[in-house]
Design a protein around this ligand. Structure first.
Ligand SMILES: C[S@@+](CC[C@H](N)C(=O)[O-])C[C@H]1O[C@@H](n2cnc3c(N)ncnc32)[C@H](O)[C@@H]1O
Length: 240
């Protein structure tokens, strides 16, 4: 199995998704602020009508933050896991009429025709790190080509330290904040270890990803928010 097949096997597994959904609230409690920042970074007025695309949307945590912040917005949630989409439809009941799912495999470069171009905004959260670096770069170009001029892309994702000492510092701080996580790390089951390997396999440092955004044509590129190993990076397609 290559890495994209094993990633698909994880996200299209009933057991993994059931376990992921059972523990999502606990993880989301620590993400309230970056979710809000991601929404705030979008340059829309409170009541503006626009549609955004959420790539690797899963059950829609990023989309919900944006839909809440902009009550006239509409979401297109793109994912390839039938299980995550089914769970998402359940979670998104309060947003009926303001969202739809489309199926996309971000590992392939093949996009559904309805996302061909003119997009008002694209976001992704906790998904792009599942792609190898050459696919991340290609994906940034594909997003750039589909945004309307002047529109933004933001990606909330984990990054790797550019120096192993940096990774150690991030880990130490996280372990102090949540000693339970440190304990669980030391006693992973084989299934948990396999899932962890899938999680970290393609996590890459920040600066090459910012360089890839630049190479794709984006301007105003920055890590607009960062805490330890998590960042919100992004940029704008030039208006002209
Ligand atoms: C950790 S979850 C994050 C979900 C959501 N974005 C969030 O922030 O909670 C990763 C999501 O990425 C999706 N995903 C992973 N690889 C993908 C791929 N190659 N194409 C499309 N979706 C993918 C998974 O199905 C899953 O829903």
């Amino acid at each position: 199995m290559d890495s994209s097949e094993s990633n698909a096997a994880v996200w299209k597994s009933n057991e993994v998704v059931a376990q992921w959904v059972a523990t999502v609230d606990e993880r989301e409690r620590a993400r309230t602020w970056p979710r809000r920042v991601l929404a705030e970074l979008l340059p829309f007025a409170e009541e503006e009508v626009f549609t955004f695309v959420d790539l690797g949307a899963g059950t829609g945590a990023a989309s919900c933050a944006i839909l809440d912040r902009y009550p006239s917005s509409t979401a297109v949630l793109a994912d390839y896991s039938p299980q995550m989409i089914e769970e998402g439809r359940r979670a998104l009941k309060p947003y009926q009429g303001r969202y739809r799912y489309v199926v996309i495999d971000l590992a392939t470069g093949s996009w559904p025709p309805e996302l061909d171009g003119g997009l008002d905004a694209v976001v992704s959260s906790l998904c792009v790190h599942h792609l190898p670096d050459d696919r991340k770069s290609a994906l940034f170009r594909e997003i750039f080509d589909r945004l309307r001029p002047g529109a933004w892309y933001f990606n909330y994702d984990p990054v790797k330290g550019e120096d192993v000492v940096v990774d150690d510092v991030w880990q130490r701080v996280q372990d102090r904040r949540d000693p339970e996580v440190a304990k669980r790390r030391a006693h992973r089951t084989p299934e948990e270890s396999a899932r962890w390997e899938n999680h970290v396999r393609h996590i890459s440092p920040l600066s090459p990803q910012l360089a890839s955004l630049r190479a794709a044509g984006f301007e105003a590129i920055d890590a607009y928010w960062k805490e330890l190993d998590h960042v919100i990076m992004g940029g704008r397609r030039p208006a002209g």
